[in-house]
Design a protein around this ligand. Structure first.
Ligand code: SIN
Length: 297
């Protein structure tokens, strides 16, 4: 099948048209989609009507799916589907995670040594206003960085901590088991990677988890991170998605960050998401290491 697509923002965000994701996909079309995603880290497919198994089946074309780690956010039917929602069940318990608040610029699993970097988010129910999601192109941002900043960041390792992410969450989302805490110590990742398919360099960042830069000391590390974040999130690198029910947005966390605007707590929003282990042949997949106490200092 010929794939029709159009740019939504330079080359990094693209809409793919004419797909019916609820139907089985032939190998050639799936291959073309894999190629397209390697070139364009944010891909939008609109007007879909998907059962959870169909969303999971489509997502699995790109790599193994992760079972939702926070099981309280998982679909009761398909354990690889997570609910991002402010809705509550009949007992008043949240059916999913991340509520209605603002989510700052982040890359989903940056606090993991080997993050699953692919994500697909499917819009089921949307608030009348707010809840918009934006993505930033970290290859475009790297290319635009002044040489001075490129030199400062090249070869450096960032320290990424889940504790910092949790502190930014609302209410019960902050609470994780001691087992989960044990499994998420601070990790190190290079702040610059080269994309295996495009050859372009990209920043690897997450403002909700980075607590420093290895070997730089607190104040200079924080100052450099602040400078990099303020450059990388300039409007020219950002694609802002106005959701419509039935949209599927897929993104590559290896070369983008995303943020969500808050929405009224009385409004309803239900998104279903999958998390995908993307391949190292086609995508940047950070290969991290544990941060020691000395590296955190
Ligand atoms: C996320 O950060 O994974 C959720 C984004 C959204 O709710 O739009």
């Amino acid at each position: 099948m010929y794939l029709e697509s159009r740019p939504l923002h330079d080359s990094f965000a693209r809409e793919v048209q004419g797909l019916r994701l609820w139907e089985p996909m032939d190998d050639l079309t799936a291959d073309r989609l894999r190629e397209l995603w390697a070139q364009h880290p944010v891909m939008v497919v609109r007007r879909q009507a998907l059962a959870e198994r169909e969303l999971a089946g489509f997502s699995a074309l790109f790599g193994p799916l992760e079972r939702v780690v926070r099981t309280e956010w998982a679909s009761p039917v398909v354990p690889e589907i997570g609910f991002i929602s402010n809705l509550k069940d009949g007992q008043g318990s949240p059916i999913g995670g991340l509520g209605d608040g603002e989510l700052q610029w982040h890359s989903d699993q940056s606090y993991m040594i080997n993050p699953a970097t692919g994500a697909a988010l499917y819009a089921v129910e949307l608030p009348p206003k707010g809840g918009t999601t934006s993505w930033v192109d970290l290859a475009g941002a790297y290319a635009g960085l002044p040489d001075r900043l490129k030199r400062l960041v090249e070869g450096r390792l960032g320290v990424f901590s889940y504790e910092k992410r949790l502190a930014g969450y609302q209410g019960v989302d902050r609470v994780i088991s001691s087992e989960a805490k044990r499994k998420t110590p601070p990790v190190l990742h290079p702040l610059v990677h080269t994309h295996p398919a495009t050859g372009r360099k990209a920043l690897y960042l997450d403002s909700t988890t980075t607590v420093g830069i290895e070997g730089m000391g607190d104040a200079p590390g924080s100052a450099l991170l602040e400078e990099i974040y303020s450059f990388a999130t300039r409007p020219e690198f950002v694609y802002r998605h106005d959701w419509q029910v039935g949209d599927v947005v897929m993104w590559d966390n290896g070369s983008t960050m995303h943020r969500r605007e808050p929405f009224e707590s009385t409004a309803r929003r239900l998104m279903k998401r999958t998390t995908i282990f993307l391949s190292r042949e086609r995508h940047i997949v950070p290969d991290g290491s544990l941060a020691t106490k000395e590296q955190m200092a």
